[in-house]
Design a binder for this molecule. Structure first.
Ligand code: DLZ
Length: 159
């Protein structure tokens, strides 16, 4: 797995453009709140570190990852930010629901990336168990929220 080799919080700061003046939407799922809150914190801290002012980070909370595409779509319509980050955590259970939620969410976000005229960054952890989710939301593999924030800045400033 790529994240076992690369820490999600480590990146070349000198390669990240200045984010001053950017407006970034974050849509965060409540399901597995402890994980998604840690991802949100990682993304928020990284955005402000690179110059985004807190007032320009617009946050929506939705029930679960399945609702992230609609939340992002609404965010784009109402606030027209420079980029949107969607945050979720789907953890494998006994049922097939895992596969449905993962594929529907990924497809919905991919569709938005081609339809909306702005980048929508996929910060959804899909893990086999709780420990793996902890490891990638501020644990031994870093924080995917950091990686997502860097991607949002790079994509919002793409020219
Ligand atoms: C129903 C469900 C299940 C079983 N597991 C998760 C999960 O691990 N992570 C997540 O973000 N959401 C989960 N959900 C909720 C769905 O995303 C969605 O909120 C509900 O099916 C209502 O549409």
């Amino acid at each position: 797995m790529a994240t076992a080799l690369q820490n999600l919080s480590q990146y070349r700061e000198d390669l990240v453009p200045d984010a001053t003046g950017l407006r970034i939407g974050i849509v965060v799922a409540s399901w597995n709140h402890e994980i998604t809150h840690a991802l949100y914190q990682g993304a928020h801290d990284t955005l402000t570190k690179h110059g985004v002012v807190p007032q320009d980070i617009i946050t929506y909370e939705v029930p679960g990852s399945f609702e992230l595409p609609y939340g992002a779509s609404k965010m784009i319509q109402k606030h027209a930010p420079d980029a949107v980050i969607v945050i979720g955590s789907v953890i494998q259970g006994e049922t097939k629901h895992f596969d449905f939620v993962c594929s529907a969410t990924a497809q919905g976000i991919m569709d938005l990336n081609t339809q909306a005229q702005l980048p929508v960054i996929f910060c959804v952890l899909t893990d086999n168990n709780w420990q793996q989710a902890k490891d990638r939301s501020g644990g031994k593999h870093g924080n995917k929220g950091v990686e997502a924030a860097v991607a949002a800045i790079k994509m919002a400033t793409l020219s």
